[in-house]
Design a protein around this ligand. Structure first.
Ligand code: NAP
Length: 565
């Protein structure tokens, strides 16, 4: 199976069996599985170290909103036993230390190559190989290519005049300087109030001289309710990992938060309120994911719950006019990914914090000394752009991925991606995207989804290697069926109406401002996705073309497990 020995220092491309691009959560686990199969594999990362999103996002307040102990890898008992989480929702430094620990414990670092920016990957159909072009380095040829390049790894800056004119420091949160920033006494402006903006604003409000928040649209948000994990609690968690991960696997979001069983309309208004009071004080996503299922698809139920959260915001913000500005009016709670906060709303009660509603007084331009809106000039020492990402497909667009017959992946995925189970794409043989569009990676507790996806493609690889298969590609018909299913899931949920990255909206990218939904996320939930993957494997991956062989009919494959998707 090994394609050829690598020719170290030799002429021409380096040869490997497999290449993984990215060394974040996805790349780490995928690399481990491929090495376990005995493949000659290397992982490439443009960063100087592993960690992906947790390497990059150094802004103050960056932390999990998944319970830490549900975020760690579940596949290796020794990792679970040896690692101790200090907080229920741990912060970026600890999260990065954890990923470093995993890399070293599994002895993966020597298979990783850093400062290696992949520019292109081109399929050589005659030879059945991918050619990986790396900035300033020798290309690599490989049979199997895995892209674990993140779902939120391409930041987007606003299209505002004068950004380059500002004389002080300014950066996107994704590029927060690793050496830290002295905020004391500084006049800081933050643009953006998504999950990132909400974390950074709450964290720095009492550390800066003054803080001006430029908000275009508010977001629904609820308390994170973080706290330390005591030694006793951690010891208990370590005895319960099997149970914890089983609960995550059974929940749509891949968390410990299980949807409320009672129907919204079966409960009285008082019972509903009692549930919401309880959930509001609970840690994590319970307020969203342990709620009545109806809030995800029934607009009336959602409106009643949104009114409840609006009341909570009014109680927490002293100035009624500011409170009203912080309450979304154009969408309901949970239509978009919910940011969780720690004393975010209270930040606006501080004398040094000011909310500027740029839907009323839009930004005209950035000047040498600050930000000019239609109403006034705001003098600033530092500007922070918390303006989001070209989500899910953005990282893929940064590489030139060229498949069979010269077809480019970014062309194929414009305006809407088209994949098989979110993990392969017709016309791109031997290319796997375990964190790719239309997988559950963006909609489920990330590592829980990544383990599902990596386990699936690894099972496929093991079977292919055992059978001596050298080329795998999904049929167009199977891909079309998956895309239809992905769209049906969007159609069922209120989130289809939101202007958020889940629907492909990003005002900073031409053509993505309004209107058409991009179906970039699988919204069917973790258990359903897992059932589909299990059934696909049990049926012998009959949607795939192996070495040019037409897929087998259902009768020819091993008996299907009757699983209802
Ligand atoms: P985001 O949710 O897309 O929010 C971007 C914000 O910037 C929005 O408030 C948006 O306003 C504003 N904005 C964008 N362009 C603008 C412009 N040209 N002018 C003015 N305002 C502009 O991005 P994000 O906050 O980085 O979060 C993205 C995702 O990252 C989250 O949904 C979450 O999945 C993940 N995340 C996770 C954590 C965690 O706790 N683990 C923390 C942070 C982020 P509009 O709404 O008006 O467009």
């Amino acid at each position: 199976m090994r394609i050829e020995e690598a020719a170290p220092g030799g002429e021409g491309p380096e040869r490997r069996d497999a290449v993984v691009v990215g060394t974040g959560v996805c790349g780490i686990y995928q690399l481990h599985r491929l090495r376990e199969m005995g493949l000659d594999v290397v992982a490439l990362d443009a960063n100087p170290a592993p960690g992906g999103t947790w390497w990059m996002n150094r802004y103050p307040g960056a932390r999990f909103d998944s319970e830490s102990y549900t975020y760690g890898f579940s596949f290796a008992r020794e990792l679970l036993e040896e690692w101790t989480w200090s907080e229920r929702f741990s912060g970026q430094p600890e999260n990065l230390r954890y990923l470093d620990f995993v890399v070293d414990r599994l002895d993966l670092r020597r298979l990783m190559r850093f400062d290696a920016r992949v520019e292109a990957a081109r399929w050589d159909d005659a030879r059945g190989l991918w050619r990986i072009e790396i900035e300033g380095a020798r290309p690599i040829e490989c049979r199997w290519l895995f892209l674990g390049i993140g779902v939120l790894s391409r930041p987007t800056m606003p299209r505002i005049e004068g950004i380059g004119d500002f004389k002080g420091p300014s950066f996107h949160t994704y590029h927060w300087p690793h050496e830290g920033v002295d905020l004391a006494g500084k006049r800081v402006g933050v643009i953006g109030t998504g999950a990132t903006g909400i974390q950074v604003i709450a964290e720095i409000a009492d550390k800066v001289g003054s803080l001006t928040v430029f908000q275009r649209r508010p977001n629904w948000s609820a308390p994170l309710n973080n706290g330390p994990i005591s030694a006793d609690e951690m010891a208990d968690i370590k005895t319960r990992y099997d149970e914890i991960f089983a609960t995550c696997a059974a929940s749509p979001g891949g968390f410990e938060h299980i949807p409320e069983r009672t129907g919204f309309w079966e409960a009285t208004p008082e019972q509903r309120r009692a549930l919401w009071d309880r959930l509001y004080d609970q840690p994590g996503f319970g307020i969203w994911l342990s709620n009545y299922k109806e809030i995800f698809f029934d607009e009336t139920a959602n409106a009643e719950f949104s009114d409840y959260i609006a009341e909570r915001i009014r109680r927490r913000v002293t100035d009624p006019a500011t409170a009203e500005k912080l309450i979304p009016k154009d969408h309901g709670f949970g239509w978009a990914r919910v940011p969780l906060e720690t004393r975010y709303f209270e930040a606006y009660n501080r004398d040094n914090v000011r909310l500027v509603d740029i839907s009323e007084t839009p930004i005209e331009r950035v000047t040498e000394t600050g930000i000019r809106t239609t109403a006034e000039d705001h003098e600033l020492d530092l500007i922070v752009y918390a303006t989001g990402f070209d989500a899910v497909t953005g990282a893929f667009d940064m590489l030139e991925v060229e498949g069979r017959d010269g077809v480019k992946l970014n062309r194929k995925w414009t305006p809407d991606p088209s994949t098989w189970l979110g993990m392969m794409s017709h016309g791109f043989p031997n290319l796997f995207t375990p964190s790719g569009p239309q997988s559950s990676s963006a909609s489920v507790n990330y590592p829980r989804s990544i383990e599902m996806c990596v386990n699936f493609v690894s099972t496929l690889m093991e079977q292919a290697l055992a059978r001596g298969v050298e080329r795998i590609e999904p049929t167009q018909a199977a891909e079309d069926a998956w895309v239809r299913h992905v769209r049906e899931m969007y159609d069922m949920l209120l989130l289809r109406k939101s202007r958020s990255w889940f629907t492909g909206y990003n005002s900073n990218i031409e053509g993505r401002e309004i209107g058409k939904v991009r179906h970039i996320v699988y919204n069917g939930g973790a258990p359903k996705y897992q059932r589909i993957l299990e059934r696909t494997a049990a049926e012998g991956f009959r949607d795939l073309i192996f070495d040019g062989q037409a897929p087998r009919t259902p009768e020819e494959v091993s008996p299907a497990i009757p699983v209802k998707a």
